[in-house]
Design a protein around this ligand. Sequence first.
Ligand SMILES: Cc1ncc(COP(=O)(O)O)c(C=O)c1O
Length: 454
Amino acid sequence: MSAGPDIVTLEEALESDRARSLKRYREYVNPDLAKLLALVGYDRTFVRAEGAVVTDSDGVDYLDCLGGYGAVNLGHNHPELLAAIARVEQMPNLLQVAVSGLVGALGQSLAAVTPGDLKKVFLCNSGAEAVEGALKLARISTGRGGLLSTAGSFHGKSFGALSVTGRPKYQKPFGPLLPGTRTVPYGDLEALKAELETGAYAGFIVEPIQGEGGVIVPPRRYLKEAARACRKAGTLFIADEVQTGFGRTGAMFACEAEGVRPDIMALAKSLGGGVMPMGAVLATDEVWSPAYGCAENCLLHTSTFGGNARACAAALKTIEILVRDDVPAEAARKGEALLSRLRDIARDSELVVAVRGRGLLIGVEFAQPRFAEGLSREYMASMVASLLLEKDHIITAYTLNNPTVIRLEPPLTISDEQLEAVGDAMERICRRYSSFYGVAAAMMSRALGRRLRR
Ligand SMILES: Cc1ncc(COP(=O)(O)O)c(C=O)c1O
């Protein structure tokens, strides 16, 4: 072994205190991110999680309204999901050359719950990987090179996914990205139709509700008309339901609100029930067959861990529970109640300018002051998240493409009482503070207090 650092055993890692964990993160992972997380109070060690509650090493409970960025729709460590993984633990987790009964079964389950006629599935490990698969499939299936997406979108950070993501800040440092990509304003049908007329595009990729863009709900009928325009232009309609899928917006998939039948769908996050990483690309036979439907092409797109037994077991059980317990309907009911309470709070608040969302994908946008606008735009929602953490023990975060918005995206299994506590906390903050400056002062004094106590 080299004269570098010693290895760390799992037991040592699990027993490390907050200071040691932070030091290792700084030294071996990302020093500036560590600093930022410590500033807003996220340098705690979380040791337990169950349902919508996570517990730190001091025994303090926190209500998780971040929900793994939409990956824990069924709550943390759902016992039936852990049991599902245990049920297959004696099987080979990976034996890619064998026909897997679990992969076939998951394909069938996904075909059963997704809208339209999506009958072929490719399994992978993340949202970005699902988007890569979707973009490649659109190109090979149509023989066209162009890829159209929307401004403010988020589709992941691998090269292809980043190329269709509508946020220049994430793209610029890594150029040149994929050629042939273009964005149109989200929700603008005329701009989409004009672009489609060029006949250059293999696919139009779109989130039914933009999550990281700040929880933006498009105008009514936008998705339906966009799908129709795509069909007319020979462009495949790719629904990115990585974040909106599996009950999040009050339906199993957000596309259903307008009866849209996508040609391709990208899924991930809650597909693995929050206990296993998993992504999927689904397509109609019509789209899939010209791409991979022959012996020569059937292995053109692969992924080593795609369809491993444990992830499949978790995904099959996730879908079973979502259907059995009608979790999407529960999300619709709870989301309606929370949205209505937040809108009432916003009416009397100078701090909040908008409350948006559907189901339990909710964004709260904060006012920007005339002075310090740049600073406020980057940090306002983070500072509110920090106050929610410190004072109310509620975990949230800003939306990646729009840092003026905090997301409330709890597990769909969160109780009515827990949701009421979230509403109470938001109300207290909105009553107490009326501007960026008040929030900034409160957060800085808390951060300073924490530093002095250490
Ligand atoms: C709509 C959408 N697509 C794709 C992704 C990328 O997923 P992942 O982070 O698993 O790569 C995300 C992540 O937030 C997303 O919200």
